[in-house]
Design a protein around this ligand. Structure first.
Ligand code: PLP
Length: 426
């Protein structure tokens, strides 16, 4: 090993990325800054280990230690959300969802999800994703006037199409979900209800939003958004159940949903688990169990609320008029700018947002009429309500002067100076 020369090309790029994260304002709603111990666990010798299978049931030798580690991750996650079962192996949120589909559905089965162009996720039935290619997707959306989901309309759609699975959860919906109502609808047609809580998982863990676990059969989440862990996914259940579509074992017994989900992950859609990533998840779940983390997510919710209200005050059209969670979706059409222009202009001032389709958008996906902003990352960095007011002011200054390079440069200077007060990673 000692003969390997230092890869300066890669490490110079990592250094540059570190600097980029330090200097700027990060408003991408799906991003966060993990702790040093999460990074340490993720960058550990665990990357060397193969461990196909589950703790205690592996296809490889030498798994004594990773068995304990993966079990620790599972136990912490169970405690965090009050679960009886969890699988922490999915490499990502999309992988977690694909494993659920494989466990529950046959090719061609109908699924009903939240429309991607209204704030849903592409893994919930988009034509470009396996979920829309191998299954028959149907969608519900928000109302044009209110920006809210009308549960009666979801019920009508569900009764008309009779999907085998209803999927709730979103990437750009700022309001809470009526899981009880959705379960009621699912029960009328014998559908499985899947909640994908990738975005607000951390707020749900600490009771700041409705709890999906008593109502939804299966819950998936990413681990790297508000949950602030290693990039990855997990699948969870509060209560296991016999799969309702009669999938049997080779010996003819009805299989439990937990066993179907386990095999949906491995060998269904993945090979060996990333035990280094699972270690990072375990550390993050441990952090999420603390009171400090509860304070963090409360502050996220407060900051997001202030941020959304501040945009409204400055004349922006916030979809649904505000937020219950950590993010807001903003329709930029009244300001006469596209999402693409906003994203590209803000980055010149070291402010990162993502362009985003808004409900009933006529623009193309690479242009869009909106932008999505979230408070999770900058709250980790230590910013409070007043700081978010200042931040929105700077965003507005850049957007309203999007053809004025001198103004943009001065905002950038102000931000770089400001961010020196909020170091990341000592
Ligand atoms: C982010 C997200 C995912 C996908 O997670 P990846 O880790 O990027 O695959 C899935 N579902 C929802 C609702 C998301 O917001």
């Amino acid at each position: 090993m000692s003969t390997i020369t230092r890869d300066t090309q890669v490490f110079d790029l990592i250094k540059r990325e570190h600097q980029r994260q330090l200097h700027g304002i990060e408003l991408i709603a799906s991003e966060n800054f993990v702790s040093e111990q999460v990074m340490e666990a993720t960058g550990s010798v665990l990357t060397n280990k193969y461990a196909e299978g589950l703790p205690g049931k592996r296809y490889y030798g030498g798994c004594e230690v990773v068995d304990e580690l993966e079990q620790l991750a599972i136990d912490r996650l169970k405690e965090l959300f009050g679960l009886t079962w969890a699988n922490v192996q999915p490499h990502s949120g999309a992988q977690a969802n694909t494993a659920v589909f494989l466990a529950c559905l046959e090719p061609g089965d109908k699924i009903l999800g939240f429309d991607l162009s209204h704030g849903g996720h592409l893994s919930h039935g988009s034509k470009v994703n396996i979920s829309g290619k191998y299954f028959e997707p149907h969608f519900y959306g928000v109302e044009k006037e209110t920006g809210l989901i009308d549960w009666d309309k979801v019920e009508q759609k569900a009764l008309a199409e009779k999907p085998k699975m209803i999927i709730c959860g979103a990437s750009a919906y700022s309001r809470d979900w009526d899981y009880e109502r959705l379960r009621n609808i699912a029960d009328k047609i014998g559908a499985i209800l899947l909640a994908d809580i990738s975005h607000p998982a951390g707020l749900i863990a600490k009771g700041l939003l409705n709890d999906p676990f008593d109502h939804c059969h299966i819950v998936t989440t990413t681990t790297h958004k508000t949950l602030r862990g290693t990039r990855g996914g997990v699948i969870m259940m509060r209560n296991d159940f016999d799969n309702p579509f009669g999938k049997k074992t080779m010996k003819g017994a009805i299989r439990s949903m937990s066993s179907l989900l386990d095999s949906g992950v491995f060998p269904g859609t993945q090979g060996g688990p990333l035990e280094h990533a699972i270690a990072g998840k375990a550390v993050a779940f441990g952090e999420a169990l603390t009171d400090q983390y509860a304070d963090y997510v409360k502050q996220v919710q407060k900051n997001a609320n202030v941020m959304a209200n501040e945009f409204v005050k400055l004349g922006y059209k916030v979809i649904s008029g505000g937020t219950d969670n950590h993010l807001a979706l903003i329709d930029l059409r009244p300001k006469g700018i596209t999402g693409k222009l906003a994203e590209n202009t803000l980055i010149k001032a070291d402010i990162t947002v993502n362009k985003n389709m808004v409900p009933f958008d006529e623009a193309k996906a690479m242009v869009t009429s909106g932008m999505r902003v979230g408070a999770a990352a900058m709250t980790t960095r230590g910013l409070k309500e007043d700081d978010f007011v200042r931040m929105v002011g700077l965003v507005d200054k850049v957007l309203t002067n999007n053809d004025n390079d001198a103004v943009i440069a001065s905002v950038r200077g102000e931000i770089n100076e400001w961010m020196k007060d909020y170091p990341l990673f000592q």
